[in-house]
Ligand binder design. Structure first.
Ligand SMILES: N[C@@H](CCC(=O)N[C@@H](CS)C(=O)NCC(=O)O)C(=O)O
Length: 218
């Protein structure tokens, strides 16, 4: 099976998938998509992803047409079902629901309102850099305030439990993104500790934006 991840170095949704692929120990190619020049709006990329968003994962098996998957959470769940070990989601259904809730706070509630297209729309309405930072700080802060007690309760080293999983796939990129918007992380010690621990994991550190082929530097 040949995997190609259409990714952008600083973007958090593909960063989630890179962490998942690395945790599973899978080989994959990176096909960089330049969001700054809006390559994702071009015809070629839209043919892969009608939403014009990264990531897209192309999955090619011998003798088959390449297939493609979109949406980082769907990709991560597919990965977990296809390559079951090490697990990204816990075995227990209640624990699984908790981990999904943590992931969805990031992927459904924090990230979508701070995405590039939203920030570009704010710019179009006359909002300056300080205003955009304040916007992102507000929504990231509200989301982290909800996640902090969950990580404090369920984390035993990692965001949930003592092994890295789906919650870390989402949290690590979101904390990286928070730094870009100068979010004050002081109120979130459990999140900071879980992310610091996660970044020590070789599979997670290898997914860092600065190590990507299209990285331009921090
Ligand atoms: N829900 C989607 C979100 C994908 C998404 O918003 N990707 C961002 C990068 S993190 C993107 O492509 N942004 C381009 C834009 O907003 O124009 C997922 O989880 O895959």
């Amino acid at each position: 099976m040949k995997l190609t991840l259409h990714s952008a170095w600083r973007a958090s949704a593909p960063y989630r998938v890179r962490i998942g692929l690395n945790l599973k120990g899978l080989d994959y190619d990176i096909a960089p998509v330049d969001l700054v020049t809006s390559q994702h709006h071009g015809e070629a990329y839209r043919a892969l992803n009608a939403q014009a968003l990264v990531p897209t994962l192309e999955v090619a098996r011998a003798g088959e047409e390449g297939r493609k998957l979109t949406q980082s959470l769907a990709i991560l769940e597919w990965l977990d079902e296809t390559v079951p070990e090490p697990r990204l989601l816990p075995a227990d259904p209640f624990d699984r629901a908790v981990v999904r809730a943590m992931a969805e706070i990031v992927a459904c509630d924090i990230h979508p309102v701070n995405n590039l297209r939203i920030l570009r729309a704010l710019t179009g309405l006359g909002v300056d850099q300080d205003g955009r930072d304040a916007w992102a700080q507000r929504w990231i802060g509200e989301g982290f305030a909800a996640l902090e007690p969950m990580v404090a309760e369920h984390g035993k080293g990692y965001a949930f439990g003592d092994t890295p999983g789906l919650a870390d796939c989402c949290l690590v990129p979101q904390v990286y993104n928070a730094a870009r918007f100068h979010v004050d992380m002081a109120p979130f010690p459990a999140i900071r500790a879980a992310v610091a621990r996660a970044l020590e994991h070789p599979a997670i550190s290898a997914a860092h934006p600065n190590l990507q082929p299209d990285a331009l530097g921090a």
